[in-house]
Design a protein around this ligand. Structure first.
Ligand code: HCB
Length: 216
């Protein structure tokens, strides 16, 4: 049987080779071998996706490659999801997190990872999906009595909608009832401070650690 590091390497290479079948195989092997799904996602799939992102930025690869890499990553994560669900089902809820990719933005991979890891971390997660209207964030936060409203923005053109979200939560009289978290590649701690968001999370692990610190 392959070692933990070999399985993670296989997961990484599957994305770099745009190979959805291999991503699924690596995910299955990790479950059979008792390797943490989080390690496979963060150190395998995500690490490779970041490389593809850099290659896209330097013009080494093009949008179809990025799409193929994203599809391979989604295929691998789909295999890991039931295992992640089993881990999170064993826990008592630490609080309710409403999460979605902000209006105008269809990037969902990072948001999905954060949602999954928060679930494993013991939070009840309500995932609104991608390109979520600001009004929907506010309505759903109210309807579900969410403790945290987490938004993801991957583009400089859409991160400004996180300001609108802060404003609409205030206008709805909800801003003191929920904590807000922002994340996604262009977001930073300085951005969170500037717009008045409570938390900036650099990655999924950071999101879990910071939300746990908030409730414990
Ligand atoms: Co896309 N895209 N894309 N893209 N894309 C980016 C984001 C660019 C930066 C690439 C570039 O030009 N350099 C760029 C945005 C430029 C800008 O800022 N203005 C860009 C563009 C322009 C576009 C289109 C407009 C391209 C086009 O159609 N011409 C279009 C978007 C249309 C739209 O949204 N309306 C587009 C489309 C696509 C896809 C469909 C091909 C694909 C997305 C597939 C999907 O998500 N289902 C895609 C991808 C994959 C990327 C890159 C290459 C990777 C993004 C990614 O998944 N990273 C990205 C380049 C890059 O980011 N370097 C590029 C891996 C994940 C795991 O990282 O940062 O998303 P993450 O998430 C982390 C972290 O940020 C944090 O935790 C996660 C896990 O550790 N986190 C949170 C994320 N959300 C959080 C929320 C929280 O509350 C807390 C923490």
């Amino acid at each position: 049987m392959a070692s933990r590091d070999e399985i993670i390497e296989k997961a990484k290479n599957s994305i770099l080779e745009y190979d959805a079948k291999e991503a699924e195989n690596a995910a299955r092997e990790s479950i059979a071998g008792g390797v943490s799904p989080l390690d496979v996602i963060e150190k395998g799939f995500t690490a490779a996706m970041n490389i593809v992102g850099e290659q896209f930025e330097t013009g080494e690869v093009f949008l179809p490659h990025v799409l193929a890499a994203a599809e391979a990553m989604n295929a691998g994560i789909a295999v890991l999801k039931p295992e992640m669900g089993r881990l999170s089902a064993k826990m008592e809820s630490k609080g309710k997190v409403l999460i979605g990719t902000i209006e105008g933005d269809i990037h969902s991979i990072g948001k999905d990872i954060v949602a999954s890891m928060l679930g494993i971390g013991g939070f009840e997660v309500i995932d609104l999906g991608k390109d979520v209207a600001i009004t929907k964030f506010v309505e759903e936060a109210k309807a579900h009595k969410a403790d945290v409203v987490a938004s993801s923005a991957l583009m400089t053109t859409t991160m400004i909608c996180q300001i609108t979200l802060e404003n609409q939560l205030k206008e709805a009289g909800m801003r003191d009832k929920v904590k807000t978290m922002v994340g996604g590649a262009p977001c930073t701690q300085a951005w969170a401070d500037q717009i008045g968001a409570d938390i900036y999370a650099e990655n999924a692990n950071d999101a879990v650690v910071k939300l746990k610190a908030l409730v414990e």
